[in-house]
Design a protein around this ligand. Structure first.
Ligand code: ADP
Ligand code: MG
Length: 326
């Protein structure tokens, strides 16, 4: 008879207590974990930026990933979305589905999660804990002054396209993992512990015309920006920044390097556009936030994204990751 029995996970209350003891706080948290809802006091006149991202075991991270790394990454990918809006992170909630109540796993997970939360003064203010296949859904909220958010729809013809940091490390690590090859530690770090570019995103508010974080692959993500902005883009693949570790790994395979950098996801760098008149301010924002910035292309009127190697157009097998694409 269509009745569904709700079976709470044994030890759910204990798990929540373990999380609550470590949730951190801020002056603007009126009421945190423990009631039916949290109460927050955003500063008057500020806008809230709100984002959610889910990580499913085996889909978004290899199942054998350490609990600490999963905790870090679950928050990092969400903070990256706030960074891409130019917002300052403030609060988060955590919806956790796990196969059984495992205290040791949870403590390690919270270690990784709260290490990153503390770095950005983010308080964990609530969530949900259920039994099921391992899945982590995080919601983050940040603050931004009205009119300053870095949206996807602001790119203008003639703007330069920039990226932060280096590209391709995470995709290379994933590809080594998928082919059962050893993963150099620096590449594994980039896959498991991405650095959300929060300071750079905040510094670019009011300077960049559009911004997105590189989660699906550079060309795919630029595609989202140009589609939203009603413009097109040319990207110079020869200038994409790569880490020394990645260059060494791909020394004999220029095509793999190209693929990892241009279409590999999971780097969580920022890709943004800015008028050439703002070049000096972009460079200063990079210096102030301690993040490298590299100009990699420009915005054109003709729709679509053209990836160039010298004068030739490069045709990727796929422009990036998409769920449900096959
Ligand atoms: P309810 O039945 O009202 O949804 P829960 O038992 O699910 O209450 O949660 C109790 C309190 O613990 C709530 O304040 C909720 O936000 C918090 N909470 C539950 N799970 C988590 C979690 N994984 N992380 C942070 N807070 C949580
Ligand atoms: Mg609940």
């Amino acid at each position: 008879s269509g009745r569904v029995q709700c079976t709470p996970m044994t030890g759910e209350f204990d798990l929540i207590q373990r999380i609550r003891a470590r949730a951190g706080t801020r002056d603007d948290v009126v009421l945190g974990i423990g009631d039916d809802a949290a109460l927050l006091a955003p500063p008057p006149g500020m806008q809230l930026a709100v984002a959610t991202d889910t990580l499913n075991s085996g889909v978004h991270f290899p199942p054998e990933t350490a609990a600490r790394d999963i905790g870090w990454k679950a928050l990092a990918v969400n903070l990256s979305d706030l960074a891409a809006m130019g917002a300052t992170p403030a609060w988060c909630s955590l919806s956790l589905s796990m196969p059984q109540a495992d205290d040791a796993w949870l403590d390690d997970f919270i270690d990784g999660f709260m290490a990153l939360a503390a770095m950005h003064d983010v308080a964990l203010i609530g969530g949900d804990t259920t039994r099921g296949p391992l899945s982590i859904c995080v919601n983050v909220m940040g603050l931004i002054e009205p009119g300053r958010a870095l949206r996807r729809d602001g790119a203008q013809v003639g703007d330069d396209i920039w990226v932060s940091g280096t590209l391709g490390d995470a995709a290379a690590a994933l590809s080594l993992w998928q082919s059962d090859k050893p993963m150099p530690a620096e590449l594994r770090e980039r896959l498991n512990r991405p650095t959300p570019r929060v300071a750079l995103g905040c510094a670019l508010a009011g300077i960049a015309t559009a911004c997105i974080d590189v989660s699906d692959g550079l060309l795919a993500d630029i595609g989202h920006v140009v589609a939203a902005s009603g413009v097109g883009a040319e990207v110079d693949l020869d200038v994409l920044p790569a880490s020394p570790r990645l260059r060494a790994l791909a020394a004999d395979d220029a095509e793999a390097l190209r693929r990892w950098q241009a279409t590999g996801g999971d780097d969580y760098e920022l890709c943004f556009t800015a008028s050439p008149a703002q070049t000096q301010r972009v460079i200063e924002a990079g210096i102030a936030s301690g993040t490298a910035v590299t100009r990699v292309g420009c915005i054109k009127a003709a729709p679509g994204v053209r990836a160039l190697q010298g004068d030739d157009e490069w045709q990727p097998v796929s422009t990036g990751h998409e769920h449900f694409s096959i």
